[in-house]
Write a protein that binds this ligand. Structure first.
Ligand SMILES: [Zn+2]
Ligand SMILES: [Zn+2]
Length: 70
């Protein structure tokens, strides 16, 4: 199972060429991720990177999304 850190490590900063800028280090949701890396996400890693998951809006996207009434 892939961790959020592994996905973040493969992220590409859209602001600097070949480096990760300060903003992206603080906020990995700003990094650009490949489609393949996006496909590796699960609820936990999505929340770790983006601080948000579709299930919060009633649209669960991953098998491990919490379900049920809030
Ligand atoms: Zn950046
Ligand atoms: Zn979710």
């Amino acid at each position: 199972m892939i961790t959020a850190q592994q996905i973040i490590d493969r992220g590409v900063c859209p602001h600097l060429d070949g480096e990760i800028c300060h903003d992206c280090r603080l906020d990995p949701s700003q990094l650009s991720y490949s489609m393949g890396d996006m496909a590796d996400l699960c609820h936990d890693t999505q929340v770790a990177i983006f601080n948000w998951c579709g299930c919060e809006d009633g649209d669960p996207q991953y098998d491990d999304c919490p379900t049920g009434d809030k």
